[in-house]
Design a protein around this ligand. Structure first.
Ligand code: CO
Length: 134
């Protein structure tokens, strides 16, 4: 069911410093920051030859990234995103297998203007998983 690794997301306490770290120290190509108010994040993408990183910083009140950074003040890996061909088919299969889809189970529009869903980390060895319809 899952296809390509679309991105690995890293929550960061200082977005500017993290972007400079990847751009200047590691020599990666990075995007401008952009806000995703529906997800409570400001994001910078780091483009690698075979995948992307998503640097996440809290945006607004009740950002899920704020809670994550309270537990992990130095930042850390937040989720990984796999591509699927059909997000509704993927959801129905996973729910049929007893996996928990976060939220109301309806896809929202993610950072690439494509539908996404998140899966409960306790069902996947402690890793929050995002599915994105490719
Ligand atoms: Co993501």
């Amino acid at each position: 069911m899952i296809g390509r690794l679309n991105h690995v997301a890293i929550a960061v306490p200082d977005l500017k410093a993290a972007a400079a770290n990847y751009r200047d120290t590691l020599g990666a190509k990075i995007s401008d920051p952009f806000d995703l108010p529906d997800h409570g994040v400001t994001t910078i993408f780091v483009e690698l030859p075979n995948t992307k990183l998503e640097l996440l910083h809290p945006l607004g009140e009740d950002s899920p990234i704020q809670k994550f950074l309270e537990k992990n003040p130095g930042g850390g890996m937040h989720h990984i995103c796999y591509e699927v061909d059909d997000i509704y088919a993927a959801r129905d299969k996973l729910e049929g297998d007893g996996m928990r889809v976060l939220g109301d189970g309806e896809p929202s529009i993610g950072a690439h203007d494509k539908p996404v869903l998140f899966l409960h980390p306790k069902d996947f060895t402690g890793t929050l998983i995002e599915l994105e319809q490719a």
